[in-house]
Design a binder for this molecule. Sequence first.
Ligand code: FUB
Length: 335
Amino acid sequence: MMNLTYFTILKAALLLAVPSIFNGRATQTTAPVADTVIHATGNPIITHKYTADPAALVYKDKVYLYTGHDEAPKNQARYVMNDWQVFSSPDMVTWTEHAVPLKIKDFTWAKGDAWAGQVIERNGKFYWYAAVEHGTIHGKAIGVAVADNPLGPFKDARGSAIITNDMTTEAKISWDDIDPTVFIDDDGQAYLMWGNTTCHYAKLKSNMTELDGPMMKVEGLPKFTEAPWLHKRKGWYYLSYATEFPEKIAYAMSRSIKGPWVYKGIINEIAGNSNTNHQAIITFKGKDYFIYHNGALTPDAGSYHRSVCIDDLYYNADGTIKRVIMTSEGVKKVK
Ligand code: FUB
């Protein structure tokens, strides 16, 4: 039995609709029909469905956790991902699951693969950059959806992709335009960064839905695989990313978002039973967190049935990051 206590105002209805939630084993279920409170007491934090590719947003007094959703039938070793999920928490332990905020079908020009993304707030609007498979332009692409609040529902902000595979020609693969991370610098300039094998970045216009200038390549990231994540702390820019395969998470530091980036080493080792290892890094209520996924929810979970985990992150006095200790216990409630 997984360590999850479940409370919901519609518990009786959910029991009828999705009884497998309550036996603590993730199975393919429909989403809850109402907000549902989850008291996580360890890792993975969500145990009634598979969640992957975490991104987190700290907004006002809550953390919003946006995840992908692994839905491959049992024993199928492939990504089946049709929508994204959102959870919110005031304390990193008590999570509320909300209605599905964004689905692949919301990008009418996309044909599948609700892969990784990130949400950011600007001027009271929330922008979600997400990788998908394009319907007519071969390869992966990046869409942007917008909402008036962090829970959505999100709507396609452009009616077209902001990045398509034919815009980037250095990598000769069709999945190099994935895993967007978005960052707004202190001067108000927003940046989109993304990639697989090659890491790209570009400025965004203040409307957050158009590039503002050329796409550039990020140099100085040894063995870059994918999953860039940008954050800033005490004057340092941090660029963490998945390296090699199976993936570990490494990082580089810089005094400017334009680089030069200086490689600093591994933050997180291969995450149990998953060949991907996709991170978000946040500070919330004075504590630092490393959010990632592993394939350890059930013995047969693995790389295509992943689950989000959270562990503490610590910095050294010089700003470098200590290696994460992945735990089963997870993090403590923060006030
Ligand atoms: O979930 C699909 C892909 O797997 C993501 O885009 C990558 O970061 C990896 O986690």
